[in-house]
Structures are given as structure tokens and as C-alpha cells.
Design a protein around this ligand. Structure first.
Ligand SMILES: Nc1ncnc2c1ncn2[C@@H]1O[C@H](COP(=O)(O)OP(=O)(O)OP(=O)(O)O)[C@@H](O)[C@H]1O
Ligand SMILES: [Mg+2]
Length: 244
């Protein structure tokens, strides 16, 4: 795809890739959310299972497309809430109930979407062992920051250079928190997520202030070229594909 992946744009610092504007980040989030909503709404629900920034590809106009359906599964039958399968996916994005029990729900995808929203807000990778202890798993670390306005300001991506309406960012942070609910049933559906993001865009908030990266002390934004570690590195995909 012409513009590569969301991962390239969010994390490849100092390269030819331009930082994404706030508006562009929202557009990409909506596009990706629509992709998941479409899969979840299909007659036999499809669970994507590997939602992450590197699998969100961007065309020349930054329209988001989901790639890599290798891990996708058909959802549970009408009488069941989940399917049970060997744990695959990518560390830092996979939903806690799935990692703990192998129970895969449609809304396990929504957790991964919450992680990507957190990455979009902060410009930080879901997992980075080069960050200090306690900050390596992005969501564990920043969840408390998402719920407080003052703390959210401190973790916003400095590459946005303050050029975003804080009200919108706070709304997106609240949505991310809902997607990251430990109980899968408490997470919003992807249809609701799309609607919530479209409302953020429709509100058309304007930035009230222009804070530079220097004015707004940020935390944890040291450069890192670490590539995420796959849960799959312990379990070859082919084995799982045969087993289920
Ligand atoms: N069709 C494509 N167009 C542009 N970039 C792509 C395309 N396919 C993959 N990439 C990018 O190439 C890199 C490697 O992709 P690849 O899918 O092999 O690994 P990954 O997405 O990091 O992990 P996974 O294997 O779990 O999908 C990623 O940065 C990805 O975003
Ligand atoms: Mg990929």
C-alpha cells in the first residue's frame, strides 16, 4: 500500500515519514474501526484476532485497510459467547481474557482497538522493553493517564506539537478506556466505536492553544526501534491453523 502502515507513521521517528496530524489519526482510526465493525457484522461473525498498528495499511489518501487475515476466525455460533482456541496474536494487543484462558470473543478485537487508540494518542508502542520498568506495557502504564485530563496532556504524542483539540483527545482517551475494559462485555461494539469517533470528528473542535513539545513535558517518548514480540514466536501459526 502506498503509504505503508500506521506503525510506520506513528513510530518511525527521524525518517522520511511525516508525523500524522490529529485529523489524519482520527481518519485512520475511523477507517480501521469500520473494518472491524464490518467483520463483526458479517453473517458469521469474523474475529480478526491480530489488530495492531502494523496491520493497518494506508492507501495514497490515508484510507485505512486491514491486512493479514491469517489469524482471523469465524465467531461463535448463536448459542455460544466465545470460541476456545490456542492463544495467538501479538503481545501488548491481545485481550486479557484471551491471553488468560484462550476464550476468544468478538470483543477481544475491541481491546486491540483500544490499544491502537492508545498508540495513536501517545505515539508509543504497545510494548517496548526499552522503556523503564513499569512502562513497558503501554496500556498497563497509561490507563490511569487516560482518565485524567492533566495526566493525558503529559502522555500525548509530542510529534503532534500540541496541534490538536484537547477536548477531542480526551474523548478519544475515554473511548480507548472503554475498549480496554477488562470485562469484554463492558467494551463498546465496534459499531458504537465508529459512531463515537465520527461524533468526535463532527464536533469539529478547534485547538484552543498551541503547546510545543517543550512547553508540555511528556513522558516515555524516548526513541526506540524495538519491534514487538509476537505471542506467535512461541507457537508457529501453521500448527494452530491445523489444530483448529
Ligand atoms: N501491502 C503492504 N503495503 C505496505 N506495507 C506493508 C504491506 N504489508 C505489510 N507491510 C508492512 O511491512 C511490515 C511487515 O509486515 P508483516 O505483516 O510481515 O509483519 P507485522 O505486521 O509486523 O506482523 P504480523 O506478521 O503479525 O502481521 C509492517 O510494517 C507492515 O505494516
Ligand atoms: Mg502484518
Amino acid at each position: 500500500m502506498q503509504k505503508g502502515s500506521l506503525e510506520n507513521h506513528l513510530f518511525r521517528k527521524g525518517s522520511v515519514v511525516q508525523p500524522l496530524s490529529w485529523e489524519m489519526r482520527l481518519k485512520i482510526a475511523i477507517g480501521a474501526a469500520k473494518g472491524l465493525a464490518f467483520l463483526h457484522a458479517s453473517e458469521k461473525q469474523v474475529i480478526y484476532r491480530d489488530f495492531k498498528a502494523s496491520n493497518i495499511l494506508l492507501d495514497a489518501s490515508y484510507n485505512a485497510k486491514l491486512s493479514d487475515f491469517g489469524l482471523a476466525k469465524l465467531g461463535p455460533s448463536a448459542s455460544q459467547s466465545h470460541i476456545t482456541t490456542r492463544v495467538m496474536g501479538t503481545q501488548g494487543y491481545a485481550a486479557p481474557e484471551y491471553v488468560a484462558t484462550g476464550h476468544l470473543y468478538v470483543k477481544s478485537d475491541n481491546y486491540g482497538f483500544g490499544v491502537v487508540l492508545a498508540e495513536i494518542l501517545t505515539g508509543l508502542r504497545a510494548v517496548d522493553p526499552l522503556r523503564p520498568t513499569g512502562q513497558q506495557n503501554l496500556t498497563d502504564w497509561i490507563k490511569p493517564h487516560l482518565s485524567e485530563r492533566r495526566k493525558l496532556r503529559r502522555i500525548m504524542d509530542p510529534r503532534l506539537e500540541g496541534k490538536y483539540p484537547f477536548k477531542s483527545a480526551f474523548r478519544v482517551a475515554q473511548l480507548a478506556l472503554k475498549c480496554l475494559e477488562p470485562e469484554q462485555k463492558n467494551r463498546p461494539s465496534m459499531k458504537e466505536v465508529v459512531e463515537a469517533l465520527e461524533l468526535v470528528v463532527a464536533a469539529n473542535e478547534k485547538p484552543l492553544e498551541r503547546r510545543t513539545a517543550r512547553d508540555s513535558p511528556s513522558v516515555g517518548h524516548q526513541q526506540s526501534h524495538y519491534r514487538r514480540e509476537h505471542l506467535t514466536s512461541f507457537q508457529p501459526r501453521q500448527t494452530v491453523a491445523r489444530a483448529h
